[in-house]
Design a protein around this ligand. Structure first.
Ligand SMILES: Nc1nc2c(ncn2[C@@H]2O[C@H](COP(=O)(O)OP(=O)(O)OP(=O)(O)O)[C@@H](O)[C@H]2O)c(=O)[nH]1
Ligand SMILES: [Mg+2]
Length: 197
């Protein structure tokens, strides 16, 4: 299952993490908080951003692309369409080598939680994400009356996911709650995989 290339990279303690979720979920803010950057000035992401951090001896490459780049219909067409060819091939290459998918959910966005479930389940069908683990970050839990972990677990139907190893963690990019714990899970998962295969 796990490609030889991926495993070689894990041995080198280097990982590729894909940060996805509906717009405004807080993906950029999470990345900035992890990087210890100022989180008071965040604007919607254009194209994609990639940041590299050193964590527990691992080199974590975190990529946050915009929706039009990861939408499955677009992914299918990748390569066949002209235009921004370099960007596309670069992105496709990254996508296929994802070790961990971090799915960011806005705990205050009750209106779009169904959208969120559909997007996630569609993404998990994506063949190119086979073998990737899934960390669901329930973000913005610093806000009062937000959705609980249990509620989101049910509404996203997480317990039905059998194709990917997954976990859910309530977090906050504002306070920093559980962000390190999330990365620890990601790294531990990489270590487990090396041990298993
Ligand atoms: N209260 C609170 N607000 C947050 C938190 N994380 C992000 N926000 C706010 O949510 C808004 C969107 O944050 P972004 O980080 O730009 O979200 P994004 O998912 O990167 O959005 P796109 O790049 O447009 O897809 C900003 O106004 C952030 O300040 C959090 O943990 N708590
Ligand atoms: Mg963003």
């Amino acid at each position: 299952m796990l490609s030889i290339l991926r495993k070689a990279r894990l041995k080198d303690k280097e990982m590729r993490i894909l940060m996805l979720g509906l717009d405004n979920a807080g993906k950029t803010t999470i990345v900035k908080r992890i990087m210890k950057e100022d989180v008071t000035t965040v604007s919607p992401t254009l194209g994609f951003i990639i940041k590299t951090i050193d964590f527990m001896g691992y080199k974590l490459n975190i990529c946050e692309p915009t929706r039009d780049l990861w939408d499955s219909t677009v992914l299918t067409a990748l390569g066949d369409v002209g235009g921004q060819k370099t960007l596309r091939s670069y992105w496709k290459n990254y996508f296929e080598k994802t070790d961990t998918l971090v799915w960011v959910v806005d705990a205050t966005d009750r209106l779009r939680v169904d959208d969120c479930r559909q997007e996630l389940s569609g993404l998990l069908l994506e063949e190119r994400l086979t073998g990737a683990s899934l960390l669901v970050f329930l973000n913005k839990t610093d806000v009062e009356h937000c959705m609980s972990e249990q509620e989101v677990r049910e509404r996203l139907d997480l317990d039905s996911i059998k194709t990917h190893k997954w976990t859910i963690l309530p977090c906050s990019a504002m306070t920093g709650r559980n962000l390190n714990e999330g990365l620890e899970w990601v790294v531990q998962d990489a270590k487990d995989r090396l041990f298993l295969y």
